[in-house]
Design a protein around this ligand. Structure first.
Ligand code: HEC
Ligand code: HEC
Length: 396
């Protein structure tokens, strides 16, 4: 137990720090946090549509508790070092701030950025390329991918869980049965569908009618988002709620731009060798010791249809302030970089989506647009973090 004490204090401190930041002092009760989570997943917060639970996986407190435990359990990886939550970190918007592209067991790198788990229960198209459609099956990917949790097979994990007595009780409670692949998926699905974050200042204003919930620049930014910027053509806003995604695949020009950069690397790049000390280093030297950046053709990798080349799923724009870095490979660290990319008209390569074109936004308009994007952050994130960390994972 003593070993767990320090991380637990650090986690508690982070809870406090982030909830203070999110203006929500929300300490989950160790006994009934899952009741709160269940209620949330049954009646979505302001601005979000109701969650569509699969007909054969209605949520329950027992499933949510089991799903949370699985999500944080490092024993689910081959060398017992890596849990789902290490790439989807609650304190970092259920993604990872430090890494533009994710890193799995033994430091093996992935080519894409970890998306946030916040509101993932609303999506029918999962992954940046949409290669899965349900949380009940999605988890098999990370469990068995060699560069993620690297288990030799999904069945290997089932056998492992069936040997751990604390899981036997929890599977019994949730399903009146022992662990199976389907039941792991159902529990992870039920937990992730409770991680909902709406009720943002924008929601309070736009859907709740509270004029004072946002400032004038946010309101002007909204006009740009839905007007001159035409952002809402893909990042949809409905009449009663908004997910800010059409769940379709588009070529914004971004992937092509990144591929041109990949194929034409600079001769030298600045490297910080100590705080404040930056050296220009030959790219060839760095390249020789780092993993080669792979091409990423997006949706094409799923369909092999040439029309899908460079297309990626439109991501939601909720809670962006807590989910940097941005885009499928996490190359942009700030929202103003993303806005600049759109303002210049994407890559301006003719094959990109015609709706991405030079926008001619002024400096003030770009700041207003950014203020609008910032207004999409939920004040309730502290509660979700506190639930996620309600007890330390006992994965020894
Ligand atoms: C090594 C880091 C890593 C680990 C470990 C990991 N993930 Fe992920 N996760 C990612 C990345 C990267 C993606 C996006 C991959 C892509 O689009 O090709 C992703 C995508 C997802 C998505 C889809 C989100 C969306 O917006 O479409 C879900 C859900 C998810 N992960 C849940 C899990 C669960 C559950 C586990 C544990 C069983 C897990 N992840 C383990 C990095 C990780
Ligand atoms: C043609 C559809 C389309 C339009 C129009 C569009 N977007 Fe996007 N947006 C996307 C897609 C697709 C991505 C993912 C690109 C990628 O990862 O390669 C994206 C990514 C983003 C991201 C990064 C989100 C994240 O979590 O990584 C932001 C922010 C964003 N868009 C804001 C905007 C704004 C602001 C506008 C208007 C100026 C806009 N978008 C217009 C489709 C669109």
């Amino acid at each position: 137990m003593r070993q767990l004490f320090l991380p637990y204090i650090i986690a508690s401190f982070l809870n406090w720090a982030v909830s203070a930041h999110a203006q929500s002092q929300c300490i989950a009760d160790a006994q009934d946090w899952s009741e709160t989570a269940l209620k949330r997943s049954l009646s979505a917060p302001l601005g979000l549509p109701p969650v569509l639970h699969p007909y054969d996986n209605s949520p329950s407190v027992a499933k949510i508790e089991l799903g949370r435990k699985l999500f944080f359990d490092r024993r689910l990886s081959i060398n017992r070092t890596m849990s789902c939550a290490m790439c989807h970190v609650p304190e970092q918007g259920f993604t990872n701030w430090e890494l533009s592209t994710a890193i799995g067991v033994e430091g093996r790198s992935l080519k894409r950025n970890s998306p946030s788990i916040l509101n993932v229960g609303h999506l029918n198209v999962l992954f940046h390329d949409g290669r899965d459609h349900a949380l009940e099956t999605q988890f098999i990917g990370p469990l068995t991918a060699r560069n993620e949790m690297a288990n030799p097979s999904a069945g290997y994990v089932v056998t492992l869980l069936n040997k751990l007595p604390e899981y036997a009780l929890m599977f019994e409670d949730a399903f009146e049965a022992q662990a199976s692949l389907d039941r792991i998926g159902m529990a992870l699905g039920a937990y992730q569908r409770s991680v909902l974050a709406g009720n943002s200042p924008f929601d309070q204003w736009h859907f709740g009618g509270d004029e004072a919930a946002v400032s004038a620049d946010v309101k002007r930014g909204f006009q740009i988002f839905t007007g001159k910027g035409n952002c809402s053509a893909c990042h949809l806003i409905g009449d009663d709620h908004a997910l800010f995604t059409d769940e379709r695949f588009h070529d914004t020009g971004y992937a092509q731009l990144r591929d041109i950069e990949r194929q034409n690397p600079p001769t030298s790049i600045p490297v910080q060798v100590a705080p404040g000390v930056v050296h220009e280093m030959a790219f060839s030297k760095i390249h020789s010791v780092s993993a080669k950046r792979e091409a990423d053709l997006g949706r094409y990798e799923v369909t092999e249809d040439p029309a899908d080349r460079w297309r990626f799923r439109t991501p939601s724009l909720r809670n962006l302030t807590v989910t940097p870095p941005y885009m499928h490979d996490g190359h942009f660290s700030t929202l103003s970089e993303v806005i600049e990319f759109y303002n210049q008209g994407g890559s301006q390569i003719s094959s990109q989506d015609p709706r991405i074109r030079p926008l001619g936004l002024t400096g003030v308009e770009m700041r207003d647009l950014e203020a609008f994007l910032q207004s999409l952050t939920s004040p309730d994130l502290g509660c979700l973090i506190s639930e996620a960390r309600v007890s330390p994972p006992d994965n020894h």
